[in-house]
Structure formats: structure tokens, C-alpha cells
Ligand binder design. Structure first.
Ligand code: NAP
Length: 282
């Protein structure tokens, strides 16, 4: 009889990771430097950047935020990135996305030194991951793999489905699962009969941005469900891409929203910064 899933406490896993990072920083002869660049005053981005700044400070990083006006030109932002690339005290550079529409975000991401690209979005880092030689890996996918490992979910030979093929979540998480020897299906808005595809899988990663899209009867009994979605529910609170109330009685392991994948993203940004610092400084 199915008794209800083990609910992964992403907050607790992230807190443990941050403590581990802080301990490592204490033992270093230098303070890893993370610089976040924020263009404009988008309210959600402002909150994310503040949280990143605080988390970086708490683990002992030299953390700095460059706040630029919304009408900053492409060339001025480019010049700012070049300066950060050349600054030996800066180990990680993160340009908060989305950027204002007059700026070509792709060009800006490509301007970041790949060795300092702690978001893992530079084409060199994307290619390394796609080739199965991951270097700096996007933070949310990295966090998802850590949650799976923490919950001791077997990956080798497991049938996994990733709903969503974005460059930020879907594609990189699929690459990481493949690198861990899972058999991976990537589903998207053109996939036929997504529910049947899901029912065949041992692991379901939902990253589509549609509130409670994945229903309980899409999930194989005992499967692992990782919900990346962050959506406004009908009652105003945050809900994921999975109908949690239905899924929790079918799945074997599941992440809640909030408190699942979300907290891992910043913790993995810190870990990426530490990795970048170690790679640059030896
Ligand atoms: P995105 O860039 O909008 O991509 C959404 C993906 O979902 C696309 O590949 C799209 O398919 C697919 N999709 C949309 N509707 C679908 C449908 N009805 N059936 C099947 N596939 C569908 O989104 P994202 O940036 O990857 O983010 C996804 C969700 O994760 C969002 O809720 C976002 O807020 C959340 N998120 C959370 C974190 C975190 O830290 N927890 C981090 C990043 C994102 P097509 O490619 O065919 O259009």
C-alpha cells in the first residue's frame, strides 16, 4: 500500500550546503569574490539579488552588487563586464536576468569570462555540459541533482522525464541526468500525450511554469517527483507545476513548493563561486 511520499526538505539541504561552503571559505587564504550586476529595478530581480548578496556575505564571500540604471547601454554594460573579467578579486560574475529589452542578453552572457560564469550560461560552459564534461553548471539543475543524491534516488538506468526544455533548467538538468546514466526523455509544449510519457518514468522533473499542470494520475506509484515550477496559485500563494496534494499520495519522493528546489539555487550559486575561485586561484 502506498503510504505517501518522502518530502524532501530543500531548505534544510540548502542550509547544510551553505554551512559546508562557509567552513571551506574559512580554511581558504583568500575570500572568494562574487559580483552581481543588476540593471534596472525589476521588483522580483531586486529581491533575488538582495538574497544572493546576503547569502554570499553569510558564507564569508567578498560580495558586491553593481546596480545600474534601467537605461544603461549595451556598451556600458559590456564595459562593466570587461572590468569585472579583469579584476583579480572577482571570482564569480552574475548578471541578473532578465535584462531590459534594449540589451542583447546573449551578447552580455558571452562577454563574461567563462571561468567566472557562475550561472553556467556561457556557451563554453553549456557546451562542456552537453559534451559530458561539466565545468560551471547552471545553479538550479545542479541543485536538483544534489536533492536527488541527498534523497538517495538511484539514477543509473532510471527512466527520467524532464518537462521543459529551457536553457536555464530543462536542457541542463537533462544533460546532468544523462551524465548520471539515467535514460532521459525531454518533453515540451509539442510533446504528444505527456501524461503517458510521465507514467512510464521513475523520475519526473517538472520545469514548465504552469500551475499544478502535472496531475497525480500521471505519476507512477513510488516515482520521484522534483517540482521546479514557481507559479501563483488561484488563492494567491505559490504553487509548483505539480498538483502536490494529488502527487504526494502516489510518489515515493517529492519536493514541495515552496521549500524544495528554490532554496538550492542560491546555495549552488555559492558553490559555483567557490569552484570558480579554486579553479582560478589554485
Ligand atoms: P521557460 O523558459 O518558460 O520554459 C518553459 C518550458 O516548458 C518550455 O520548454 C516549454 O516548451 C515548456 N512548456 C510550456 N508549456 C508546456 C505544456 N503545456 N506542456 C509541456 N511543456 C510545456 O521556463 P523556465 O525558465 O525553464 O522555468 C520553468 C519553471 O521553473 C517556472 O515556473 C520558473 O519560475 C521555475 N524556475 C524555478 C527556479 C528555482 O530556483 N526554483 C529556477 C528557474 C526557474 P516549449 O519549449 O515547447 O515552448
Amino acid at each position: 500500500m502506498q503510504r505517501g511520499a518522502h518530502i524532501i526538505d530543500g531548505k534544510a539541504v540548502a542550509a547544510r550546503l551553505r554551512i559546508k561552503i562557509a567552513e571551506k571559505v574559512q580554511a581558504l587564504p583568500y575570500r572568494p569574490g562574487l559580483t552581481v550586476v543588476l540593471v534596472g529595478e525589476d521588483p522580483a530581480s531586486t529581491v533575488y539579488v538582495r538574497n544572493k548578496e546576503r547569502a554570499a556575505h553569510e558564507v564569508g564571500f567578498e560580495s558586491n552588487t553593481i546596480r545600474l540604471p534601467v537605461d544603461t547601454s549595451q556598451s556600458a554594460l559590456h564595459a562593466c563586464i570587461t572590468q569585472l573579467n579583469e579584476d583579480p578579486g572577482v571570482d564569480g560574475i552574475l548578471v541578473q536576468l532578465p535584462l531590459p529589452s534594449h540589451i542583447d542578453a546573449g551578447l552580455i552572457v558571452r562577454a563574461i569570462d567563462p571561468l567566472k560564469d557562475v550561472d553556467g550560461f556561457h556557451p563554453e560552459n553549456v557546451a562542456a555540459l552537453a559534451l559530458g564534461m561539466p565545468r560551471l553548471v547552471p545553479c538550479t539543475p545542479r541543485g536538483i541533482l544534489l536533492l536527488l543524491r541527498e534523497a538517495e534516488v538511484p539514477l543509473r538506468g532510471a527512466r527520467a522525464i524532464v518537462l521543459g526544455r529551457s536553457n536555464i533548467v530543462g536542457r541542463p538538468v537533462a544533460s546532468l541526468l544523462l551524465a548520471a546514466d539515467a535514460t532521459v526523455t525531454i518533453a515540451h509544449s509539442r510533446t504528444r500525450d505527456i501524461a503517458s510519457e510521465c507514467r512510464r518514468c521513475d523520475i519526473l522533473i517538472a520545469a514548465i511554469g504552469r500551475a499544478e499542470f502535472v496531475r497525480g494520475d500521471w505519476i507512477a506509484p513510488g516515482a520521484t517527483v522534483i517540482d521546479v515550477g514557481i507559479n501563483r496559485g488561484t488563492h494567491g500563494g505559490l504553487v509548483g507545476d505539480v498538483a502536490f496534494g494529488e502527487a504526494v499520495s502516489v510518489a515515493g519522493v517529492i519536493t514541495p513548493v515552496p521549500g524544495g528546489v528554490g532554496p538550492m539555487t542560491i546555495a549552488c550559486l555559492l558553490e559555483n563561486t567557490l569552484i570558480a575561485a579554486a579553479a582560478r586561484r589554485g
